[in-house]
Each structure stands twice: as C-alpha cells, then as structure tokens.
Design a protein around this ligand. Structure first.
Ligand code: ZN
Length: 404
C-alpha cells in the first residue's frame, strides 16, 4: 500500500480542468527542487518569438502528462484492472518526470552542448537527487522501475506505451497544451473519446474501431502542429542564432579563451566534461538570459552581436532554397560584407511524418481492434493515415542569414 494524502490535492489547469494528486510520493516529487526547476524551462523553446503567448513551461506540461496517465488508470477499466498499484505509481511518476532532464531552449541547446535530455532524465531519477531520495524512501528500487519505463526497458510494454508510444500521454498533452497556448486550433482533438476507446489486448494498448476517426483527427493535429508551430521558420531562426552563439563560445575556448570568463555559467556545458546533475540543475533559461545580457559587453564582437540579436529579436531572414547556386551566391555576398559565415549563414532542412507505421517489435505503433476482434495497425485500418504514411514526404530546405 502506498501512502495517500489526507485530502486529494487539485491544481487548476486550462487543458484538463484540474490535475488530481492522491498519492504522497507524487505530491512530494512535484515539490522537489528538480521538478520545480521545470518552471524555468519553456515547453516550446523559441516558439513564443512567433506566438507570443506560448510561454508555458515544462512544469505545466509534465503535470498534464501525469494527469492523462492517472486518468488512463482510474477511468479506463481495461488499463486499471491490468496493472498493480506499484506499476500504477511507477507509470504516474514516469509521466510526471519524463522531461525532468530537459535543458533550456530544448533541442537548440542540446545540439550544441552535445547533451541529451534523456540521459539527464535518467541520471536525475537514479543519482543522489531530491527526487531520487523521495522515490526510494517510498519504496526501495522504485526509482529503477520509473527510469526503465522512460527508457523503454521495463518488462511491461503497456507502461512504456502509456508515456512514450505514438498515442501516449506525452504527445496528447503537448498537442492540446501547445495548441491552447499558441492560440492555434490545429492541435485540438477529442481526448475524452480517446481515453474512452482505449483497450488492452494481450498486454498491449489498442483502440476500438469506433474510435478510429478520433485517432485520425489526432494524427492530423500532429501534422498541422509540426508545420504551423514546431517547424515555424521564425522560431527556427531564433534557435539557429542560439546555436551559433554557443558554437562561437565553444570556438572561443580555442581562439580566445578569456571570453569564457565573462560567462562562467556556460563553462561546464561548453567544455562538455563531467557535467554534474547540479550543473544541470543550475542551467535554465533564466541563467541563459543573464549570460546573454553579460555578453552585450563582451570583448568578442560576434558574441556581442548574437546576444544582442537574441535579446532584441533581431532575427536572421530566411528564404527557400530552390537551387544549389543560391547558397554559394548568398555566402559570397555575406563574406564581402564582412560576415564570418560560420556564424552568419545556415542551411536547415526539415521533414516529418506525423505517424510512423509498425517496425519489427516496436510497441509504439497504434493498433486498432476491429469490430470482428482482429487487430490492425493504424495505417492499414485508416485510408487517411495510409495516404499520409505512403504519400510523398513533405520537406523544406531554407537558408538563414542576417539582413543588411
Ligand atoms: Zn514531454
């Protein structure tokens, strides 16, 4: 038996109405220092440079993922009756903590500092942190169980499917939340109906055939959100400047290491050596912005300019690349104007598929249980999804550079 709170805690949330917390361990983890840090990391990185209200945090999203997992267990009898209380607690914690290793500006920071949030998520859950101590005090060995659900090694695949499959609590929360906070309508779909039509067959999460239109809507929501929000070129432009700034800092370590003394908070990440969970704890978006404002006085002209651009939203322009000659012509123009093209020219290619069909023993496919009891993979059961999966891959190539 796991300890419950004397009174259920309810937190107001615009997506779910309320987030319900019944167990003591969940409440303590929410109040831990590592989880509270997520308030200082935005869910959508630079998207608020395009959609100005998209300032919601990973803290809010993580609570939302937890709530969807909780509802899957409490409201869906097929799931609730298949898993033990221990597994229920472990998967709720996995939902709550799945993003705890995220750094600032999500992927832009990771690519340049060569750190991966998955690695830090696992370390924060397993190393000597406040979150780890809370979980282990509740039940010895529980933290390993939580980490194994997140890194897909738990023996019960259903638990992993619930938080990181293609129809999981993570995606369902971020689509609805990002649509709400960007003010776009593309990400909306009927979460209530999805939760009602989920079933468990042979230990795997499936969806009833009658729920297929809701799932099609969910896949289309992803498709539109990618192009309208996640891959928006203006947000990409901001992220490119961020990456170039960190790239410049890294190069300064070899070319002019004195500059690193101006912004010591970045040193562990620039050198990428022995980054501790405490270095990670201190690195959030507030820290980054303080660093950028210090760089306004930098002795390095490139750092000074790039940080000014970030703080004033003076972004790089972008155009579609239609032939190879365009890139060379633009690079030459920039060189003539005196720009160092290592930091002032960038080519970016993006492509996406809103749904990947079943591959090997991949639990992440979406399965439909047909009215006659047979089970089909989603792209075989839906004509719309079939055409999305087998149609031409949509991709875009753009170049980014400063104007003037
Ligand atoms: Zn997430």
């Amino acid at each position: 038996m796991f300890k419950k709170l004397d009174e259920i805690k309810v937190l107001r949330d615009p997506i779910h109405g309320y987030i319900h917390v019944e167990y003591d361990v969940i409440w303590k983890c929410i109040n831990s220092r590592e989880f509270q840090r997520l308030r200082r990391i935005k869910q959508l990185g630079a998207s608020y440079m395009v959609y100005h209200t998209a300032e919601h945090s990973r803290f809010a999203h993580s609570l939302g993922v937890y709530e969807i997992v909780r509802r899957m267990i409490v409201e869906n009898n097929d799931i609730g009756s298949t898993i033990s209380e221990k597994d229920a607690i472990a998967v709720m914690l996995a939902g709550l903590l799945h993003d705890i290793g995220h750094g600032p500006f999500s992927h832009a920071f990771e690519s340049i500092c060569q750190t991966h949030h998955e690695e830090f998520t696992e370390r924060i859950i397993l190393e000597d942190t406040e979150v780890h101590r809370i979980i282990e005090k509740t039940q010895a060995g529980l933290s390993k169980s939580v980490a194994s659900i997140i890194n897909h090694t738990h023996k019960n695949g259903l638990l992993t499917q619930m938080i990181s499959g293609q129809l999981d609590a993570d995606r369902m929360d971020y689509l609805l939340r990002d649509a709400y906070f960007t003010g776009t309508k593309y990400g909306e779909f009927d979460l209530e109906r999805v939760l009602r039509t989920i079933r468990v067959r042979d230990g795997i999460m499936v969806v009833k055939e009658t729920g297929i239109h809701t799932i099609e809507d969910y896949i289309m929501a992803r498709y539109h959100m990618y192009w309208q929000v996640y891959y928006h070129p203006t947000a990409r432009s901001y992220e490119i400047i961020l990456s170039k700034l960190f790239e410049r800092l890294r190069d300064c370590e070899k070319e002019n290491s004195k500059v690193l003394k101006e912004v010591t908070m970045f040193n562990a990440f620039i050198r990428n050596k022995d980054i501790s969970v405490n270095d990670h704890y201190l690195m959030d978006e507030t820290t980054c912005f303080y660093g950028f404002s210090l760089l306004l006085e930098s002795k390095d002209e490139i750092l000074k300019d790039l940080s000014y651009r970030l703080l004033t939203r003076n972004l790089f322009k972008y155009v579609d690349i239609t032939n190879d000659k365009m890139k060379e012509t633009k690079k030459n123009q920039l060189i003539k104007k005196g720009y160092d093209i290592r930091y002032y020219f960038h080519v970016d290619k993006v492509e996406q598929r809103p749904y990947q069909p079943y591959k090997g023993d991949d639990l992440s496919a979406i399965w439909i249980v047909m009215n006659n009891g047979s089970i089909k993979e989603l792209s075989e059961a839906s004509d719309i999804v079939h055409s999305l999966v087998h149609g031409e891959n949509k991709n875009e190539e753009k170049m980014f550079y400063p104007v003037g």
